[in-house]
Ligand binder design. Structure first.
Ligand code: 5AD
Ligand code: FES
Length: 351
């Protein structure tokens, strides 16, 4: 089958065989990419209209016990200037976000054991008490099921944990031995089972990623049926073992976004900051390829440059308000509007 026929098949069957995925990733042309983008955007427009959801990210700690080879805040990076925000500082970020119209706060950090699960629960409860109509998304890494259950009981609505790669051997080349794909997948299953709107995802063009790896990512996501998918290009960070590795492909990232939209029509799919970093109009093009979420930074300006997962991350100097206004006008230019609603996964309305 030619690539257009494969994309059509995905659009009707919502599934492809592994070999078909590999063919798409290894032979796609600019024409194929634009063909997929047209279908994907049409699907998103039919479901979400011209509306784009916003999430405010609060990067509350860049301490991390892990040592992922790709990540700028890995524990071995002695050049990273570490910080932690207090509960009060986190609440102040949410306060600012609420004024700007954010209805979702994403609390993200490295795997920082200085915050106990009890403390994280306390932070979630405090946010939900102050902002009962807002959604809280957590992105704090791998925990035990009981911890996830406690965080859910405290009121957290959603959880982001990228699987990073669905291929065991590839996973082992991106992470030290004590991190396993098996545990990560267990976490994802637990999160979804507990009731979180759950997000997985991967980088495009991470070192040692093959088209077979990407095919496995697609097959995994088809069966897992995540509510959210985070996808952006791999970008090297100078203080990591992957500093000399090439960045991921911008076009391939856009193509993958479109294929995810076609395969999982209702998924909440951000045009990521990494996509906006690799190309000046990356986020706009991500939307045009089928994404329907943007995630501006709500972290205090003083710490933004310290949460550097990769080099040259955008939006680390501005006020939060500037980013919202900037995105508002950028999206308006391509015919989209930021909506100030929670933006839950359909059939997962506020519980
Ligand atoms: N380039 C792009 N994305 C990265 N992430 C971490 N390091 C990098 C990098 N160098 C992504 C990972 C992680 C998410 C929070 O950021 O996929 O799950
Ligand atoms: Fe941050 Fe444009 S979104 S400056």
């Amino acid at each position: 089958m030619n690539n257009h026929a494969l994309i059509d098949k995905l659009n009707t069957a919502k599934a492809l065989q592994k070999a078909e995925w590999v063919q798409l990733f290894s032979t796609f042309t600019e024409n194929d990419r634009l063909y997929a983008a047209g279908i994907a955007r049409n699907i998103a427009d039919n479901i979400f209209g011209k509306n784009i959801f916003i999430r405010g990210i609060v990067e509350f700690s860049n301490y991390c016990k892990n040592d992922c080879y790709y990540c700028g805040i890995r524990c071995s990076n002695k050049n990273a200037v570490r910080y932690r925000l207090s509960k009060e500082e986190i609440l102040a970020c949410c306060e600012e976000g609420a004024v700007l119209g954010f209805m979702t706060f994403v609390l993200q950090s490295g795997e920082d054991k200085a915050y106990s699960v009890a403390e994280l629960c306390d932070i979630v409860r405090a946010i939900k008490r102050r902002f009962p109509d807002h959604a809280v998304t957590l992105s704090v890494g791998e925990l035990e099921r009981a911890d996830y259950e406690a965080l859910y009981a405290a009121g957290a609505d959603r959880y982001l944990l990228r699987h990073e790669t669905a291929n065991e051997a590839h996973y082992a080349r991106l992470h030290p031995e004590k991190m396993t794909l098996k545990h990560r997948m267990q976490c994802l299953r637990d999160l979804k089972d507990i009731g979180f709107q759950t997000g997985c995802g991967m980088m495009i063009g991470s070192p040692y990623q093959t088209d077979a790896c990407l095919a496995e990512d697609m097959l995994f996501m088809k069966s897992f049926a995540p509510h959210m998918v985070g996808v952006g290009p791999f970008l090297p960070h100078t203080d990591t073992p992957f500093k000399n590795e090439p960045q991921g492909s911008y076009e391939k990232t856009l193509f993958v976004l479109s294929l995810i939209r076609i395969m999982l029509p209702h998924t909440l799919l951000p045009a990521t900051t990494a996509l906006g970093t690799i190309h000046p109009f990356g986020r706009e093009e991500g939307i045009k390829a089928g994404a329907n979420v943007v995630m501006p930074n709500l972290s205090p300006v003083a710490v933004r440059k310290k949460y550097m997962l990769y080099d040259n991350k955008i939006c680390t100097g501005d006020e939060s308000a500037q980013c919202v206004n900037c995105l508002q006008s950028r999206l308006a230019k391509i015919g989209y509007t930021i909506v100030k609603t929670r933006g839950d996964y359909l059939a997962h309305e506020a519980r």
